[in-house]
Ligand binder design. Structure first.
Ligand code: TXA
Ligand code: MG
Length: 361
């Protein structure tokens, strides 16, 4: 059954949202509406986390499989005991250090949180978002808000209200539009129910920053084929095809010069094949494609990985909007936020990873 709703768009100031507008949005949310709202990472699609029916509507609107659990957003650390139980000391420590902020902790689920939120798992993902609009909404709603990224399942996450509408107009009740989000990549997901703690998804807080607090935090990137996911797995966010644009994305890795040459040769071949090619590169590397008939989108400066992270999803959506058949890009150094960038590119590529070893012409 498909959904036909009139999706309202309410503009709010990102730093000083009008409390009357937020109060109305919070009231709707409490009553079961789906409200998309900005966080510092990406836009979330929120529902009252205590209301199993409202949460079910999230899965329906996103066409998200019921096996993929949601993140519960809380106003501050004092709400943690309302959503989780048997909270270990290290959770309090990490929360003190990184909240509000892009860190999601996996803890034992409090029975007050309906099982559907966590796809039936005994655990719950929790975070305090670092965005004035999200915090104001939580404060007025006075209930925890379950919110995945506000995109259709497996598509790139939305970093603006416009992106939310591209995917979900007519499927949700309301979008709070506060412009584009600052980080542009989702939160880091850290599982504290296992020992040592396991980073399940790299994101806005780097592995290095986590390891400064807990030196034993582990990360083992595993990429599971989408069709092998039948039930909720231990780390459900690790679906390989995720964060994907509509066009196919070709991800080149290897020494910088060889990679650019190989991208150039591939672009020529695709163009000869009547395909529309998009090039997703930092400003400094665009010159060699300037004379080619390709769609060029800048990711920002090579020297600023945070900026590249901020622009990544928006740039993929921009190339999709221009109707390219293929987008060509390359990997970045896998440190700091670079690890999250690599993770999203790798998943978006869905197996189209080209390892370049020698220089090609
Ligand atoms: O930055 C973010 O995290 C954004 C904003 C809106 O907060 N949210 C977000 O949600 O990215 P979503 O649903 O797109 O991604 C949540 C990730 C998924 O990889 C999911 O599998 C994982 O968190 N997750 C949620 N609950 C989990 C649980 N109980 N155990 C393991 N992984 C869990
Ligand atoms: Mg998502």
């Amino acid at each position: 059954m498909d959904i036909f709703l009139e999706t309202r768009i309410w503009a709010v100031d990102p730093d000083y949202p009008d409390p009357r507008v937020i109060a109305l949005a919070a009231e709707r949310l409490r009553q079961g509406a789906l409200v998309a709202f900005p966080t510092e990472t990406v836009y979330g699609l929120g529902a009252n986390a205590l209301d199993a029916l409202a949460v079910a509507r999230i899965f329906q609107a996103k066409q998200r499989p019921a096996s993929d659990p949601l993140i519960v957003h809380i106003y501050d650390i004092s709400w943690l005991e309302k959503v989780a139980r048997e909270i270990p000391d290290q959770a309090w420590m990490l929360a003190q250090q990184f909240w509000p902020g892009p860190l999601t902790l996996i803890l034992k689920r409090h029975m007050r949180i309906p099982a559907i939120v966590s796809a039936g798992l005994d655990t719950v993902a929790v975070r305090v978002p670092g965005h004035p609009v999200a915090l104001a909404l939580l404060a007025q709603a006075t209930v925890p808000i379950a919110a995945p990224s506000a995109n259709l399942f497996a598509r790139t996450s939305p970093t603006s209200a416009q992106h939310v509408l591209e995917d979900l107009a007519g499927r949700i009740d309301l979008v709070l539009d506060a412009g584009s989000t600052s980080i542009g990549l989702e939160s880091t997901v850290l599982d504290l129910t296992v020992s040592p703690p396991m980073m399940l998804r790299p994101g806005g807080i780097s592995l290095e920053a986590l390891q400064q607090v807990r030196s034993d935090v582990a990360y083992c990137p595993r990429h599971i084929a989408a069709d092998s996911i039948v039930e909720a797995s231990a780390s459900p966010g690790m679906l390989s095809r995720h964060y994907a644009p509509a066009a196919r994305l070709l991800l080149f890795t290897g020494p910088s010069d060889s990679v650019l040459n190989s991208m150039y040769a591939t672009a020529q071949r695709l163009i000869a094949d009547q395909q529309t090619v998009g090039i997703l590169l930092p400003e400094e590397e665009q010159a060699m494609f300037a004379d080619m008939s390709v769609e060029l989108v800048s990711l920002g400066s090579y020297t600023d990985l945070a900026q590249i992270g901020h622009n990544l999803f928006a740039s993929m959506r921009e190339l999709d909007r221009r109707g390219v058949d293929a987008m060509l890009t390359h990997g970045f150094v896998q440190q700091g936020v670079g690890l999250a960038i690599w993770d999203r590119l790798f998943r978006a590529a869905d197996g189209h990873v080209i390892e370049v070893t020698t220089a090609t012409s």
